[in-house]
Structure formats: C-alpha cells, structure tokens
Design a protein. Structure first.
Length: 372
C-alpha cells in the first residue's frame, strides 16, 4: 500500500526467506507463490540474519535515512536482539516511526503469543456470526483480519508521519490482530451491548435490516440491499409487489425484520421469473441497490472493474489495482514482487557499504546471495 503511493519499501527477509513464498500452488515463473505476489509488489528485497550482531549492525545502517520501520515479530524479539524502540532505536533515530504488528501485543494475558488470521476470527467472535445453522460458525473466505490490520497499521503510520512533520519526532505505532478483529464486530457488538442478546448465524442476511440478503433468480443469485422504506417501495414497484407496501407486516424495517421469513418467501417467488442481469439492471436504474453474486473471475471481468483499473498486468505480473484514488498524487502499482535477495547489492550500495563489506556479509551468511 505504501509502495503503490511512492514509498521506497525495502523488505528484509530472514536467510530462509519469507514463508509466504511457499504458500502454493499456484506459483509464478520465479517459483514464488501467487499469495506472495499479492502482498509484495513494489518492494525491494534483501535478506539479513538479524540474530547475528553484524546483521543487526547492517540494519542499523539502513535505518540512518529511513522514515519508518515495520516489524511483525513475536513481541520481545526485537528487544532480545538489542533493537528495542524505546531504549535503542528512539535515542539513536529520534525521527523514526516504528510500527509493530503482532497477534496480541506485548503485554496482558495473551501478550507475546503468536496469532494468525483464522485463529483471531474464531477467538474474537467473527466466525460466530458468519455462516448459517447448517454450516455452523465459518471462517470468512479472505484473511480479513490480516488485511484490515495492515490498513490499521497504515493509518497509524500516516498519523505518525503527520505528527512528525509538525514536531520532527517519531513514535511507536502498534497494530494487533486481536484489536482489529474485535473492531470488525459492527453492528454485532453494539447489538449485544444494547440488548444482551447473543448474535447468531444468519447466513448472508443482516441482523438489523430486511430485506438485505441473497436471493435466487432464474439463472443465479443476487444480493439485494434495501436500507429504507423508500427503497423498499421502489423495489415493490419494479417487482410488481405493491401489495407488500401496504401490508402492516412489511410497512417498516423494524416489522420487516420480525417477518423476514415470509418476506423472503414472497420475494423469491417473484425473482424465480427473472434472470439476474435483468433484475439487477431494472432495480439499479430505479435506485435500489442490488448486485449479482459473482465468482472471482466474474468480479474482475466486470466492465466497471476494468474502468476503475482494479486489475493490473505488466511484465508477467498480474495483481489487484490500487483501491484509493488521489487527484494530485495518484498511486500506481510498482515493480513486480521481488525475488529472494534480489536488491541486496543496490540497497547496501546506497547505504554506503563498499564491495568488500558486502562480500564479507555474504561470506558469513549474514546477507545471502540473490536467487537467480
């Protein structure tokens, strides 16, 4: 995300490489997993053995002109290596912004423990509201906690950069999977806090809005999102269901929620006679939010996805486009995801290492050679 908007991002991997490179198939022509390419474009890459004093010294030289250091080690690792922010890095680099991303943070009952996306989905209640009674609690099909934690960290970094512009001082930014996962419980957390009713499984339905669910058409499914009575009236007019508008069971959202099963039955009877493209076109033109339930290939094949540039392909790399648009400083996808150790030579050159020093780091396996 930072590199898409012009940051020079240097990825420091352990000598064994980023584990994400192995999470396949599928793999690209360089042997790296597609998963790795999804989250590493635009970066330069090198490897350092930070468990060795000379590896840590090399990192400290790289930090001399760095704005931000991001790390996602288990809490306590950087302190063990003598790279603690408060005691070591802040005095030496007062303008450095240090961003720590971890599962649970460093302290508290779960402090210092490892965490993964799906585990946090389970622990923090996300799975308990995802799925239906037949499936039971279900992991969301995307690493949503990881993804939002990245955005949370990005937000903290940008706030810290803004503060540094005013004061010249860096600070520590922390983002945890645990906090992020709990923050996703909207509106389920608020519903429980105000009612003491434990949220349950509703499939694709919404706990506070009806009709707000997926429905079967003649040739596939659509998702209908009706937020207010005005949209409901428009929907009924297009679908020739005007009788529902005057029915006291469906007059407001509150009573529609109470009778959602009967409402669903009547809507699906009508939608069985429509193809999804036709019903989406008719309703959207009338101001009623609705969309087809697409596969991943169908989603990227949409004309609007092409118009928005949400799929990029260059020099053998394919990836997802930039999701935020800036009028003065638009972002653009950077270089292809790096091979292991690909940019070590140029990064060390820029940091002032001479060739003898670079060769020494390679000879003692502090900075492994690039993979051809």
């Amino acid at each position: 995300m930072l590199s898409d908007h012009g940051a020079d991002v240097i990825k420091i991997e352990p000598p064994t490489g980023d584990e994400t490179r192995t999470l396949g198939p599928p793999f690209n022509d360089d042997g790296d997993a597609a998963y790795f390419t999804a989250v590493n474009r635009g970066k330069r890459a090198m490897a350092l053995n930070l468990a060795h004093p000379e590896g840590r010294e090399a990192l400290l030289r790289l930090l001399e002109d760095a704005d931000v250091l991001v790390e996602n080690f288990i809490p306590g690792t950087m302190q063990r290596w003598g790279l603690d922010f408060e005691d070591e890095l802040k005095p030496r680099f007062p303008g450095l912004i240090y961003c720590s991303i971890s599962g649970f943070g460093a302290d508290g009952p779960l402090g210092g423990l490892p965490g993964y996306d799906a585990v946090l989905q389970a622990m923090c209640g996300l799975m308990s509201v995802n799925g239906d009674p037949a499936s039971g609690p279900t992991r969301m099909g995307i690493p949503i906690v990881d993804h939002l934690t990245g955005y949370t960290a990005l937000t903290g970094i940008l706030l810290a950069l803004h503060h540094r512009d005013r004061t010249g001082l860096g600070q520590r930014v922390e983002a945890t999977l645990f906090d992020t996962a709990l923050s996703l419980l909207v509106p389920h957390g608020a519903n429980w806090m105000h009612s003491d009713q434990v949220p349950g499984l509703l499939g694709s339905a919404h706990p506070n809005i009806a009709p707000y669910d997926k429905f079967q058409c003649k040739d596939g499914q659509v998702f209908l999102g009706i937020l207010n009575d005005r949209q409901f009236a428009k929907f009924c007019a297009v679908m020739d269901l005007q009788g529902l508008v005057g029915d006291p069971r469906f007059a407001t959202n509150a009573v529609r929620l109470q009778h959602r099963d009967e409402l669903r039955r009547q809507i699906e009877v009508v939608l069985q006679g429509w193809k999804r493209e036709s019903v989406c076109s008719a309703l959207m033109r009338s101001g009623v939010p609705v969309g087809p339930v697409h596969t991943v290939p169908e989603a990227f094949a949409q004309a609007h996805a092409v118009h928005r540039g949400m799929s990029v392909s260059t020099d053998g790399y394919r990836g997802i486009g930039v999701p935020v648009q800036l009028s003065r400083t638009p972002g653009r996808p950077g270089r292809a995801p790096p091979r292991f150790g690909q940019h070590a030579q140029e990064v060390l050159d820029e940091a002032g290492f001479d060739q003898g020093q670079i060769n020494h780091l390679r000879a003692i396996d502090i900075c492994p050679e690039a993979v051809p």
